[in-house]
Write a protein that binds this ligand. Structure first.
Ligand code: ZN
Length: 458
């Protein structure tokens, strides 16, 4: 390739001088002739080297004309001498030509793997010519089969063509992730709930293309397979399966309960519950107005908002039955204000078995009896996550809950969603994985839920 800028190197110009003294010689054929061709094509920007001439006896020859090898054109060189008193002239024609085509440069790749559904966004192109310089704006782009053609010509008609190809030979299969466990148990004659799956292809989310098939007969005991299959636009297919065991073993019924919220942590708790598509029960403590939208969100998502306390101050609430119910009605009206719903479900601070109320002998016996008479349902717990203790850890919470869930009873799990219970939040996915794996039925507490009571100790 030739460099673009080259100084004028072959400028040859010799003028005839009329006063030059000529030497006369005898002339014969072949006494004066040009060496080389009389018509020369010279590539532009190439030094012109004259092939010379023959003259008998080294007589003087005047050469008139010039060749500018940096400028396209036709140049005539005239070689003049005098033979036997006659002026003799010979001519050589030099054509400075450009036969070098422009060079097209594509930004990005000349070969591209593309998604059928997506348009190619031009990454840019440029053209440089040895004579014309920048021809980028003269490039003509036209679509061809599976790509684009880029064409440009210089002023001498030298054409350059370049293609950018698009390959749709996408051989990458989508990823496929099941939501929930790969093996679940369901009760005979219960409804199988499909949690679905997520799929992503190199061209985007293809979850909507997942085809789910199963042969589950919940009326027949056995192990069934749910098949999830997804194909991208180029028929790369990914398939996964989920095992569903229809069992007549007793099924654990589990109520997850969270005390002392709502707090900033509650939103994260709601996210985890949503991922596992389960509903829980929140025993709320009257808090700052800033948490009211969180409580409302929980309510709107189908979780149960139940009552805990307005003050959480044992010395006040257990000082008298009046004090206790004033506190309970206070939190009840707060929940009504926010959710529009009057809750009749509550949990005693410390549980109905608490002995923190010992300073007022018999108070728990009185308030538990009165509460029932007033139509309230109160819930203690029979599975403690232990997340209220000072040395709690995520691992301990998982252990405490999973060890104590029993398939032979209703399980009410005590946890907390006040803001210092990150460990509880972190334990929640594992707990829910476990509950899924044993086919537990996770439900929110309602007025129909059998009440779980501790023995009253005061
Ligand atoms: Zn509490």
């Amino acid at each position: 390739m030739m460099s673009m800028k080259k100084p004028l190197t072959s400028f040859l110009k010799i003028l005839i001088s009329l006063s030059t003294l000529l030497i006369l010689v005898s002339c014969s054929k072949g006494d004066f002739y040009l060496k080389g061709k009389t018509k020369i094509n010279l590539e532009v920007h190439t030094d012109y080297v004259d092939p010379g001439y023959y003259i008998k006896d080294n007589q003087s020859v005047l050469i008139d004309g010039f060749v500018d090898s940096d400028t396209l054109g036709t140049y005539t060189l005239t070689y003049t001498t005098t033979l036997k008193d006659k002026v003799v002239s010979l001519e050589r024609v030099v054509n400075v030509v450009d036969t070098t085509a422009p060079v097209i440069t594509l930004n990005g790749s000349e070969e591209n793997l593309v998604c059928l559904s997506k348009n190619y966004l031009e990454e840019g192109f440029s053209a440089l010519d040895n004579y014309d310089g920048d021809l980028s704006s003269s490039i003509i782009v036209s679509p061809i089969k599976n790509g684009f053609m880029y064409k440009v010509s210089d002023q001498s008609g030298n054409l350059t063509e370049l293609t950018r190809g698009f390959s749709i030979e996408d051989t990458q299969s989508p990823t496929l992730d099941l939501i929930g466990s790969e093996s679940i148990k369901i009760q005979k004659d219960s409804q199988y709930i499909e949690y679905g799956a997520l799929a992503e292809d190199n061209c985007g989310d293809v979850s909507s293309k997942i085809i789910i098939t199963n042969n589950i007969q919940t009326s027949v005991l056995g192990t069934y397979t749910v098949t999830y299959s997804v194909s991208d636009e180029n028929d790369n297919t990914t398939t996964k399966t989920r095992e569903v065991i229809v069992t007549d073993e007793a099924q654990a019924i589990v109520y997850l309960t969270f005390d002392d919220g709502p707090s900033s942590l509650t939103l994260d708790v709601l996210d985890v519950l949503e991922t596992y598509k389960v509903k829980a029960t929140f025993f709320v403590w009257t808090k700052k107005p800033e948490f009211e939208p969180i409580m409302l969100e929980a309510y709107q998502k189908g979780h149960t908002i139940a009552l805990h306390t307005a003050s959480h101050n044992y010395n006040v609430i257990y000082a008298s039955t009046t004090n206790y119910f004033n506190d309970l009605y206070s939190v009840q009206s707060w929940v009504k204000e926010v959710t529009g719903s009057t809750s009749m479900i509550f949990r005693f601070p410390g549980g109905s078995s608490n002995t923190s109320s010992d300073f007022n002998p018999g108070i728990m016996t009185k308030v538990t009896t009165l509460a029932t008479q007033k139509g309230f349902h109160y819930f203690d717990w029979n599975v403690s996550s232990g997340d209220g203790s000072n040395d709690t850890t995520t691992e301990k919470i998982i252990y405490n809950v999973t060890r104590n869930i029993k398939s032979t009873r209703i399980n009410v799990v005590l946890m907390h969603d006040s803001k210092n219970h990150q460990a509880t939040l972190d334990a929640l996915p594992e707990i829910l994985n476990y509950l899924q794996s044993i086919g537990a039925l996770v439900l929110p507490i309602t007025m129909e839920t059998p009440e779980i009571h501790h023995a009253v100790n005061n």
